[in-house]
Design a protein around this ligand. Structure first.
Ligand code: AMP
Ligand code: ZN
Length: 308
């Protein structure tokens, strides 16, 4: 692709030349479309739930999908985790954005529905690493809502930087079951697990940010107040340093994992038998499932707090 505009100000190393904002929007949307078809992410008749967080990645994803696939039904799902003013602000931004985009929107507020918030984990042994229970709760609820509402695919805004960071850590720690799960399409291993798709898996964080800016997509600019201390981003810094010397590093790492290595981890994906959680009835590798265990933990701590 080559932009004829003399003022093309956006530089994408592999796009041959500089692009103006309107050519960049085309470039990005074509790439999303190509990724979706390359990995057969969306088929005719699919009902697609898009997990939106209020961040630039998932909002760019929703915007690009809606424009590129006008005949597919897309619905946004947002989990309000009850984090200070942060979660409510994200919800306000999304409500406004998705209304203008004319997309249906499901909001699940954990305070209203479950009577807890992620902040409550501060009083448990998860206090130094709140991203862990938060991630468990998000993943569980997104899948459960998508399943119960009859969606056939659940799309998330994970970008190439996210996936390379997870891959990098998984290789360092030899986390074989994680290595088996990092894929553009995660097939369903149980009727209650909705197929997960990652249409931005070959686009970088910077490319998503540029698309959000060029398309004037509103997104939150503040980071989650709980994640700063809890989440170590050392891996990401190392990867960015490597990419300064080897610009194609992230793409190459992800591609060789997918094409050459991931099949060796495949047996690991099916090694853990799936059981039904005796509390909620959802499939899991343990019973009670991780979600029910975390929920129980927080409820006990909250009740104790009330008794004191
Ligand atoms: P993260 O794990 O925060 O990097 O987010 C990865 C992806 O998960 C995002 O791009 C969204 O698709 C989805 N996601 C994160 N937080 C939420 C949320 N609160 N509600 C719905 N989807 C979310
Ligand atoms: Zn359960």
């Amino acid at each position: 692709m080559h932009c004829k505009a003399a003022d093309g100000e956006i530089f994408i190393p592999y796009a041959r030349g500089r692009l103006c904002p309107s050519c960049y929007i085309n470039f990005f949307e074509r790439k999303v479309k190509r990724t979706v078809s390359k990995y057969r992410m969306i088929q005719e008749g699919d009902r697609v739930a898009v997990a939106v967080s209020g961040g630039k990645d998932s909002s760019s994803l929703m915007h690009a999908l809606k424009k590129t696939f006008p005949n597919v039904e897309f619905t946004g799902i947002y989990i309000n985790l009850g984090i200070g003013g942060y979660s409510d602000e994200c919800e306000t931004i999304l409500t406004d954005f998705l209304k203008k985009l004319e997309v249906d929107f499901i909001v699940y507020d954990v305070r209203k529905e479950l009577g807890i918030s992620v902040e409550d984990f501060k009083r448990t042994y998860f206090k130094g690493r709140l991203c862990s229970p938060c991630g468990t709760i998000k993943r569980y609820l997104l899948n459960k809502i998508a399943y119960e509402e009859g969606f056939t695919k659940l799309a998330t805004g994970h970008n190439l930087d996210d996936l390379v960071e997870v891959l990098f850590n998984a290789y360092i720690h030899g986390d074989v079951s994680q290595l088996a799960r990092i894929k553009p399409v995660l097939p369903s291993s149980h009727e209650k697990f909705v197929v997960k798709i990652k249409p931005l898996c070959e686009l970088t964080e910077r490319e998503n940010l540029l698309y959000a800016e060029c398309s004037k997509i509103p997104y939150r600019t503040i980071a989650c107040p709980l994640s700063a201390r809890a989440r170590s981003r050392r891996g990401k810094k190392v990867i960015d340093k490597i990419a300064e010397s080897i610009p194609y590093f992230k793409h190459a790492f992800f591609k060789s994992h997918l094409k050459k290595l991931s099949r060796f981890f495949e047996p690991e994906a099916s090694i853990h038998p799936i059981v039904e959680c005796k509390v909620c009835g959802m499939p899991s590798s343990t019973s009670p499932c991780a979600f029910c265990k975390r929920l129980q933990l927080v409820k006990e701590v909250n009740n104790r707090g009330r008794d004191d």
